[in-house]
Design a protein around this ligand. Sequence first.
Ligand code: NAD
Length: 267
Amino acid sequence: MELPGKVAVVTGGASGIGRELCRRFAAEGASVVVADVDAPGAAAVAQGIGGLAVPGDMSVEADVAALVDAALLSFGRIDLFCANAGILWGVPPADPAAVVGPEAPDEAWDRMWRVNVLSHVYAARALVPLMLDQGGGHILVTASAAGLLTVLGNAPYAVTKHAAVALAEWLAITYGDQGLKVSCLCPQFVRTEMLARAGELAGGQGVAHPGILEPEEVAEIVVEGLRDERFLILPHPEVAEYFRRKADDYDRWLAGMRRYQAAPRPG
Ligand SMILES: NC(=O)c1ccc[n+]([C@@H]2O[C@H](COP(=O)([O-])OP(=O)(O)OC[C@H]3O[C@@H](n4cnc5c(N)ncnc54)[C@H](O)[C@@H]3O)[C@@H](O)[C@H]2O)c1
């Protein structure tokens, strides 16, 4: 997909990766709809790029439908929908270094499921018929490297991001021959508010990770991935190698992850 003249909707557009996608798409000449549960944040980003702000909670189907309606009312079509909004915790733990496992309350699991998975289901429900009808379109799901590999210390994030990858794959297979393009963005660490809040996520990695990318760099890689109509967009190319090793020998990969988890961290 070439962006000039296209209509792009970005959820989670008020901050981090989503904000830079909005800015980059606008700079490329797209009309941009900035959607976020943070209404003032969405308005500020939209104002900066001459876009349209639509506040809403993407885990609520009526809000997703209202977003699609608002974009259509203003621009008549949606060429690209970036289902990017996501959260790291359903209920933020008192200690961000604590392991959040199966014992996390249902409320936390449910919130993660709704934001990191069901929001994309709601988007697909609205967009697949629309895009097939308008003769094509592109859905980009922001999952995570945690959806291909895992993340230490946060079971709901690892599980829901795997589900996001699975949904994107399924959509690509099922509708790919009917004109619907699907991409799945799977970054490792990116310097955003989410990561700043993550504390000791991944055993003290996160903001201190040597491979951390700026959201502007991720936006550049997304534009290239969209141009190439690539399914898997990997801002950290080493993730492809880790993914290969996982498929190659699962038990060896699990043992390696346990060693990595046990290793002392700097600082
Ligand atoms: N930062 C990283 O290291 C990293 C790595 C891999 C994947 N990701 C994924 O990238 C995406 C963007 O994350 P980010 O790092 O830019 O985080 P961020 O916290 O900076 O931005 C996320 C945005 O999503 C919005 N949001 C959250 N829940 C929402 C909801 N229910 N409805 C509408 N908007 C909602 C927030 O208000 C915020 O503006 C997420 O899906 C995240 O899981 C981030």
